[in-house]
Design a protein around this ligand. Structure first.
Ligand code: CAA
Length: 240
C-alpha cells in the first residue's frame, strides 16, 4: 500500500511543490491548508490531491485533522511541516500578536503535528518528519525576531526529536530554504528584496521545486540513515 503523507501549508508555494513531488514519488498526499478555500479547491482540481482545512497552530485541530486523514487515506507515515507565516517588523513596531502568531503557527505547528503522528509511527516502526526551517533561523534577519526565533526553534526541535525517533525507524530532518520565489518573498518590499538578491551568490531566487526535490529525498525509503540533519538550500547565501 502507498505511504501516506501530510504536507502542511501544502496547497500553495513551497508546500504545493512538495505535495506534487511526493505524489510523483508514488505517495498518497493530504495537503493541509488554513485559510484560502478558493486556492485549495483550485489546487485539488489541478492536481487531484485532496486538501484538508485546519489551523496547525491549534493542538486539538491537528489531532482531529490527522484522525480524519487516517480514516480516509490510511495511517500517516510522513509529515512535512511546511506551514508558516511572516509578520515582519522591527522590534519597536512588533506587537505581541505579531510575535505570538508566528511562534504559535511556525514553531507550535511542528509540535502539534509531530505529537499527533509520532505514536503511530513509533508503533509501525517507520516514519519521516521533515521540518521546513529557514536561512533566517540560521543567520537571523533584520525585522524578523519572531520568524527567526521560530525557525531557529525548528532546527533545535528537529535535532531533539531525531534522537527520540531513531530507534523506532522515524527520521526527523530539516531543510533551511533561502529566498524562494513565492508569495511570501514577493511580499518583501521590492527595494529590500533587490538588496537581498544581490547577496545571493547564484544571483537569483530559488524555485519551490528545488526545495521539494530535497524533501522527496528525505522521505524516501532509502532515507533511513539520514536523521537530525539540516539541509541548507539557499544559493550560497549562507554557508552553514
Ligand atoms: N541592517 C541594518 N539596518 C537596516 C537593515 C539591515 N538589514 N534593514 C533596514 N535597516 C535600517 C534602515 O536603513 C533604516 O534606517 P534609518 O532609519 O536610519 O534610515 C531602518 O533600519 C528602518 O528600515 P525600514 O525603513 O526598512 O523599516 P520599516 O519598519 O519600514 O521596515 C522591515 C522594516 C519590515 C523589516 C523591512 O525592512 C522588511 O520587510 N525587510 C525584509 C525582511 C525579510 O527579509 N523578510 C523575509 C520574508 S521571506 C521569508 O521569511 C522566507 C524565508 O524563510 C527566507
Amino acid at each position: 500500500m502507498a505511504r501516506v503523507a501530510v504536507v502542511t501549508g501544502g496547497t500553495r508555494g513551497i508546500g504545493e511543490a512538495i505535495s506534487l513531488a511526493l505524489k510523483d514519488a508514488g505517495i498518497t498526499v493530504a495537503a493541509n491548508y488554513a485559510g484560502n478555500d478558493e486556492k485549495a479547491a483550485a489546487f485539488t482540481e489541478r492536481t487531484g490531491i485532496k486538501a484538508y482545512k485546519w489551523d496547525v497552530g491549534d493542538f486539538d485541530a491537528c489531532a482531529a485533522g490527522v484522525q480524519q486523514v487516517e480514516a480516509e487515506l490510511g495511517p500517516v507515515d510522513i509529515v512535512v511541516n511546511n506551514a508558516g507565516i511572516t509578520r515582519d517588523g522591527t522590534i519597536l513596531k512588533m506587537t505581541r500578536d505579531m510575535w505570538e502568531d508566528v511562534i504559535r503557527i511556525n514553531l507550535g505547528g511542528c509540535f502539534n503535528m509531530a505529537h499527533a503522528v509520532f505514536p503511530g509511527m513509533r508503533t509501525r516502526k517507520w516514519g519521516r518528519i521533515v521540518n521546513i526551517g529557514s536561512i533566517n533561523g540560521q543567520a537571523g534577519q533584520y525585522g524578523q525576531v519572531n520568524y527567526a526565533a521560530a525557525k531557529s526553534g525548528i532546527h533545535g526541535f528537529t535535532k531533539a526529536l531525531a534522537q527520540e525517533g531513531a530507534r523506532f525507524g522515524v527520521t526527523v530532518n530539516a531543510i533551511a530554504p533561502g529566498y524562494i520565489d513565492t508569495d511570501m518573498v514577493a511580499a518583501v518590499p521590492a527595494d529590500v528584496l533587490e538588496k537581498i538578491v544581490a547577496k545571493i551568490p547564484v544571483g537569483r531566487l530559488g524555485q519551490a521545486h528545488e526545495i521539494a526535490r530535497a524533501v522527496a529525498f528525505l522521505c524516501a525509503e532509502e532515507g533511513g540513515f539520514v536523521t537530525g540533519s539540516t539541509l541548507s538550500i539557499n544559493g550560497g547565501q549562507h554557508m552553514y
